[in-house]
Design a protein around this ligand. Structure first.
Ligand SMILES: [Zn+2]
Ligand SMILES: [Zn+2]
Length: 379
């Protein structure tokens, strides 16, 4: 997301840094910029706040995943229908809430690695989100290998317990230093933490247990969805290697700007131009709604900028049915008048008590002739 705060930058860590590295960076910076250490220093205070905000997100694996996928832009709200798609998401108020609030927490170092979450962006029109539509999305995704069914071993071959770690997936790493012996537990380099090794890897996936395919999915556009709203499809992301749990797919909806309508939540705003005569005398005119033409009554004496509200002609809104269409009235002042029109308007002005002192001589004579002509007709 261009121009926005980068939490990794704030903490001075790389995007693939471990939780431990993030924690260390945070502690160091927090000590440096703590308000107690910098009394009265506004800049340090701001920095301290930024560090805390970054740490709050990056220190939580679930929040961090959400941030990696969507940045802070994903935080913007949106609503989806409760019956939509594969996941029961209900109301997506806040992406972060949705990631952090509920659901089983995933362990940080699973034995079988979980597949990546994937993101697909979909552009929709106002017409589509008003009437409902189905979109086809295509994306590349790792899927369980059909040859080995995800085991990574050639059919008929089996995997065996790793001899390096004896199946635990971890090995103790001991270092002798001047300060003494330092012992740490690390992931087994032989089986990469899985505890089992394959004697003959599958020919199709080269032992990974998954292959990358282009897949196609039909998704329904949730009625009235907000720009930037995200819908989660559980298990539709990458399959994990060798039978690991699948990640999820996140579809972010972008609403394309419309040439005639501005959106205000479930309401739509549009402009309509009427003539001076229609505004003054009143009229029934047609306005182009999103889905149909609507007859609108213009009251006599309607002023420019008047907003006419057409209830229920806006976008679907989950709670109240439908929003309204707001029509802003613009009154057109004619730019080209012929002589007859000009004469009539002068007559009109005269009837209103307005006087034209700057009328060119030849027009005045025409005007006078015109008036006298009308008088002649009447007598
Ligand atoms: Zn395979
Ligand atoms: Zn091992």
């Amino acid at each position: 997301m261009p121009g926005e705060v980068d939490y990794y930058e704030t903490l001075g860590v790389s995007r693939d840094s471990t939780q431990e590295e993030i924690k260390r960076a945070y502690r160091r910076l927090a000590r440096q910029y703590h308000p107690d250490v910098n009394p009265g220093d506004k800049q340090a205070e701001e920095k301290f706040k930024a560090i805390n905000e970054a740490y709050e997100v990056l220190s939580d694996p679930e929040k961090r995943r959400a941030y990696d996928l969507f940045g802070r832009a994903g935080v913007r709200g949106g609503t989806a229908e409760p019956d939509f798609g594969f996941a029961d998401f209900g109301n997506i108020g806040d992406l972060f809430d949705l990631f952090f609030g509920s659901g089983a927490a995933r362990t940080e170092t699973p034995r079988a690695q979980r597949g990546n979450d994937l993101r697909v962006d979909v552009e929709v029109t106002l017409e589509e989100l008003a009437a409902g539509a189905t979109k086809t999305i295509q994306y590349a995704r790792f899927q369980t290998c059909s040859r080995c069914e995800g085991t990574g071993a050639e059919p008929g071959e089996t995997s065996s317990t790793c001899t390096t770690c004896r199946g635990s997936g971890r090995v103790r790493h001991t270092q002798h230093t001047l300060l003494g012996t330092i012992s740490t537990v690390v992931t087994c380099p032989n089986c990469h933490g899985e505890g089992r090794v394959i004697s003959r890897p599958c020919a199709q996936c080269r032992g990974e247990g998954r292959v990358r395919n282009m897949v196609e999915r039909s998704i329904r556009v949730p009625l009235g969805i907000e720009d930037g709203a995200v819908v989660q499809f559980l298990g539709e992301g990458d399959s994990g290697p060798r039978g690991g749990e699948s990640g999820d797919l996140y579809v972010m909806f972008h609403v394309r700007p419309h040439e005639r309508f501005e959106r205000e939540g479930a309401n739509l705003r549009t402009k309509m131009t009427i003539s001076f005569a229609q505004a003054a005398l009143g009229a029934t005119v047609k306005v182009r709604g999103l889905e149909e033409e609507i007859a609108v009554d213009i009251q006599p004496g309607t002023q420019p900028g008047t907003v006419i509200r057409l209830p229920g002609k806006g976008l679907p809104n989950r709670r109240d049915g439908k929003g309204d269409l707001l029509v802003v009235v613009n009154i057109q002042v004619p730019t080209h008048l012929n002589e007859v029109q000009r004469g009539l308007l002068r007559q009109f002005a005269a009837a209103c008590g307005e006087r034209f002192t700057d009328v060119p001589e030849e027009e005045k004579s025409f005007f006078e002739k015109f008036i006298s002509g009308l008088k002649g007709e009447r007598s």
